[in-house]
Design a protein around this ligand. Structure first.
Ligand code: NAD
Length: 258
């Protein structure tokens, strides 16, 4: 059983979906939790409090480096350290390149990629000083392969995989590791929107749209769950994974095995 007693985990974009699922698993393992993100903050705080863990929330917008710095200041003030950093915040926008809204491109690159650079920058100093740290970047199968219509997302996730490798190399002789988890489809609000759009576009029922989306890409025919990704993150935090460095760990129901 991996224990994170006395350690602090900061999970970006953790008021919903995968981030909240990962935060819950890390909280159950004993970590103090710093949540971030928008929406129903109280429900997310309550979900972590239910595990008995200490939890705070900071609403930093991951597009804004100054707000990211303020978030780190708050976490340090409350808990003293950031031992586990999970770069999870992300958004999606689907459109062919010719009609892709340039503002959406900038937002996706800022949230899904550049925020990971800023958080890593802030986290590394303390992790190096304590000679222990775990940086887990939630990339995607789209950090490994492309899909039409997802130019900004695929570019950002490939970039995040690159940042993961460089962070792993720069910390290779220390007790700090950096790895990427590359999920396939997980049924969160981010994917529900794609299902709703597909159903409207093709005149499909919600069930048929879900089956169509999975059938096209994910051989397992089922969604990966946030809890499964939380358990993978916990494994990367364990001593068993001390020499797992710069890996891109797919959890994708076989998507990228094809
Ligand atoms: P989600 O929409 O359920 O959650 C996204 C989270 O990010 C929310 O907490 C939201 O408030 C937060 N967020 C959005 N914009 C933000 C901003 N500007 N600043 C701070 N927080 C912000 O999405 P999800 O599906 O749980 O996605 C989480 C991560 O997992 C993303 O990086 C996504 O790319 C990745 N991912 C998702 C899937 C999937 O199938 N759902 C697959 C692979 C990778």
């Amino acid at each position: 059983m991996t224990t994170l007693n006395g350690k602090t985990a900061l999970v970006t974009g953790s008021t919903s979906g995968i981030g909240l699922g990962i935060a819950q698993v890390l909280a159950q393992a004993g970590a103090n939790i710093a949540l971030n993100g928008f929406g129903d903050t109280n429900a997310a705080l309550a979900a972590i409090q239910a595990t008995g863990a200490k939890v705070i929330h900071h609403p930093a917008d991951m597009r804004k480096p100054q707000e990211i710095a303020a978030m780190f200041a708050m976490v340090h003030e409350h808990f003293g350290t950031v031992d586990v950093l999970v770069n999870n915040a992300g958004i999606q926008h689907v459109s062919p390149i010719e009609t892709f809204d340039p503002q959406k491109w900038d937002d996706i690159i800022a949230i899904n990629l550049s925020s990971g650079f800023h958080t890593t920058r802030h986290a590394l100093h303390g992790m190096r000083a304590r000679n222990w740290g775990r940086i887990i970047n939630i990339a995607s199968v789209h950090g490994l392969v492309g899909s039409a219509g997802k130019a900004a997302y695929v570019a950002a996730k490939h970039g995040l995989v690159g940042l993961t490798k460089v962070t792993a190399l720069e910390t290779a002789k220390t007790g700090v590791t950096c790895n990427a988890i590359c999920p396939g489809f997980v049924l969160t609000p981010l994917v529900q929107k794609q299902i709703d759009d597909l159903a409207a576009r093709e005149g499909l029922s919600p069930d048929d749209a879900r089956a169509h989306l999975l059938g096209e890409k994910q051989p397992s025919g089922r969604f990966v769950t946030p809890e499964e990704l939380g358990n993978l993150a916990l494994m990367l935090c364990s001593p068993l994974a001390a020499e797992v460095r710069g890996a891109t760990w797919a959890a994708d129901g076989g998507w990228t095995a094809q």
